[in-house]
Design a protein around this ligand. Structure first.
Ligand SMILES: [Zn+2]
Length: 336
């Protein structure tokens, strides 16, 4: 204050107001008030923090150039097990908007997300919002226990609207841009879904069984007509028991299932045990390939974005189970 007082003595009123304005501009972002968000939205990009890459891509799809997106859980990392680091907490603190999946995908981050919400940062849970919008229910009639909604692009597209709404509220000047971007991203998801549907419909019906490391493909199976068997449960926090493995080996052998799949963010140990178990009973099960379930591929790789990740999964599953690959034309229209 002493310096400010000194300045005051030598400045006119206009200069004084300019100094106050500068000081306020510097102080407000730290205060994290609604006013600070408004001024940032007008002057710079909105800082959005997404928990996982698939959610981050939804925010990028809607936000475009007006939004800077930071993703906390990167390529190859399992969000079920990710505990927030100090850096994560600092990133969350500096966010204008936090977008999570919800439905306990980010089980060990729940507390940090709730803390951010309590401090006044808007938090959107995409999967929870989709469940509310669609009335989707779990097998027991309650909220779905399965958080992997992104596995069905037609369902995931319903997550665009809550992000458009959150960004419009933070940055009303960008409303038209967000709505337009949202519509374009929805079209890309629709093209992706159509290409996936056409490709997967070519898999012979008897072969439409998807055996994966954990139970992440329920929505995928429901959308495209596949029976889905995950060695571990809906969360990788639950370990598979010997009985689970024996039951699945039995199923592989008796039904002659040709291939099983590993996942980029889950240890291949259990899937390899299935292969060994089936082989011991005289049935050779191929490794159908690596699927991207709960994390996208490395940044810049074809699987490093949501559209590419789903395309890769569809092509890998179709190729391993005797179907046709997605058509080139459909693929091109699905890629960003
Ligand atoms: Zn999962």
């Amino acid at each position: 204050m002493a310096r400010l007082g000194g300045n005051l003595a030598s400045c006119g009123r206009a200069r004084f107001l300019a100094v106050i304005a500068l000081l306020l501009a510097a102080a407000l972002p730290a205060a994290c008030s609604d006013e600070s968000r408004d001024s940032e939205a007008a002057e710079g990009r909105i800082r959005a923090v997404a928990t996982v890459g698939m959610v981050g891509d939804l925010v990028r799809g809607v936000g475009g150039d007006r939004v800077e997106v930071v993703v906390l859980v990167g390529s190859g990392v399992d969000p079920h097990l990710h505990k927030p680091t100090r850096t994560d907490l600092a990133t969350l603190l500096a966010a204008d908007l936090i977008v999570a999946n919800g439905l306990h995908l980010e089980g060990r981050m729940d507390e940090a997300l709730a803390g951010a919400a309590r401090s006044g940062t808007p938090v959107v849970e995409v999967a929870t919002a989709i469940v509310e919008a669609t009335g989707l229910r779990g097998p027991d009639g309650g909220l779905p226990g399965d958080p992997h909604l992104w596995m069905d692009p037609s369902l995931w597209a319903r997550g665009i609207a809550p992000i458009v709404a959150a960004l419009c509220e933070l940055d009303p000047a960008g409303a038209e841009v967000y709505r337009g971007n949202g519509e374009r991203y929805a079209e890309q998801l629709a093209a992706l879904d159509a290409a996936a549907e056409a490709s997967l419909a070519s898999v012979p019906e008897a072969a439409r069984v998807l055996v994966t490391a954990h139970d992440a493909f329920g929505y995928f199976g429901a959308r495209y007509g596949f029976e889905v068997i995950g060695v571990q449960g809906l969360s990788t926090e639950s370990e598979a028991g010997v009985r689970d493995l024996e039951r699945i080996v039995d199923l592989l052998v008796t039904r002659g299932i040709p291939a099983v799949f590993i996942e980029s963010s889950v240890s291949p140990r259990n899937v390899e045990a299935l292969q060994a178990g089936a082989l011991a009973r005289g049935h050779e099960v191929r490794l159908g390939g690596e699927l991207f379930s709960d994390a996208m591929g490395p940044a810049g790789a074809p699987t490093g974005n949501y559209l590419g990740m789903i395309r890769h999964n569809v092509a890998t599953i179709a190729a391993a189970l005797g179907g046709e690959l997605p058509s080139e034309e459909a693929s091109r229209s699905a890629l960003p």
